[in-house]
Design a protein around this ligand. Structure first.
Ligand code: 8DG
Ligand code: MG
Length: 134
């Protein structure tokens, strides 16, 4: 079984909107929405991957990121590990630098059905984070 390990960033604005991108037509899990990010390369820490992928995919520079959670998910053809970070301070304006569809979505309106199965517990955790403060 192929093992894939990735780091992803949940870019959240001060008014509670999250920047998401859509997976390309010919990729694994095509058409699903995702948190920008990608595969950890040899000799990279997950945080280094996060910085690199977020710069490549949405063209922002991370100031501060909070580690949220690591989740494991078994797909048909691969065992996936996701390291998820919350990014609330950055330089630049996020945009889909690789031409993929993207949008800002209200956190309360994040719909787990639009995301790959592996994202379900990350989305739950995000929604619960805010309950602690409200
Ligand atoms: N970036 C990202 N990937 C996710 C999320 N949820 C999820 O299951 N994935 C999966 C889809 C892919 O199998 C893998 C991401 O790796 P990737 O985007 O670099 O991989 P890929 O297979 O599209 O690219 P490649 O091997 O063809 O180069 O993780 C998510 O929220 N963000
Ligand atoms: Mg990617």
């Amino acid at each position: 079984m192929k093992k894939v390990e990735i780091a992803v960033g949940i870019v959240r604005s001060h008014d509670g909107k999250i920047f998401i991108t859509q997976r390309g037509e010919s990729s694994h899990l095509a058409g699903f929405w995702e948190f920008p990010g990608g595969k950890i390369e040899p000799n990279e820490t997950p945080f280094e991957t996060l910085q690199r992928e977020i710069a490549e995919e949405i063209d922002i520079h991370i100031h501060k990121a909070k580690f949220l959670k690591t989740v494991q998910h078994q797909y048909n053809d691969r065992a996936l590990t996701i390291h998820a970070y919350l990014i609330e301070e950055w330089d630049g304006e996020p945009f889909a630098a690789e031409g993929q569809p993207s949008r800002w979505v209200d956190e309360e309106e994040l719909n787990a059905d639009e995301f790959p199965d592996a994202n379900r517990t990350i989305i739950e955790m995000l929604k619960n984070l805010d309950k602690d403060f409200n």
